[in-house]
Design a protein around this ligand. Sequence first.
Ligand code: FES
Length: 216
Amino acid sequence: MKKVLFSDEEFNEALERLDQLMREAEDISNVDHKVLLYNVLQYFDSIHREPLSRIMHALGHHPELKRTIAQDETVQKLCALYDLTLEDSPLDNPNTVGFVAVSDVGFVTPPKKKDWLELGNYEDLENLKLYPKNYEKVNFIISRIGSDVFAVQNRCDGSVLPIDKGKIDGHFLTCPWHGCKYDLKTGKAVDDTDKRIETFPVEIEDDGLLKVEIAY
Ligand code: FES
């Protein structure tokens, strides 16, 4: 078997090219293509990460071999890609080497699918009332305020609690649980700049048909 397929330099070039390709992949505008690519990468990640973790465990019992391998620059980089280390704790304590999904290491931003939902004529909505809705496991609220309609997530930031029993005041919604007040236009909390709820694009067609775009 050939001992070395790439020189260290060629390996580094391949890594740089991969990095560049991943940046380009972030800009793919077709969501279906991005979801497909993300799934392919996730499976590639899984089938490499698991055996690599097992090799790391085994190396923990062979310190001399471990030291030799740890000196190889390409091995160091591969381990870094998978958040594994050839130095201290994981090998000294093999049980600490665990599986980390690609979605957790930010290899590619997990894409969201988006669908436009048709929700009837907006004039059928009562003014200043909150209507809880659900689509593809996304709980959201729509609310008509005069001739405007807003759509936001039905969950207080940092909590699992729904906010559809909150109070509307102008275009502000106050959470019924502990009083956090959100601007329905921006999703931002009025008194806490760190808190926000997701807002969804709304369109009202000429005939009054209300459409909301849900990302899931
Ligand atoms: S759950 Fe909304 S303010 Fe606490």
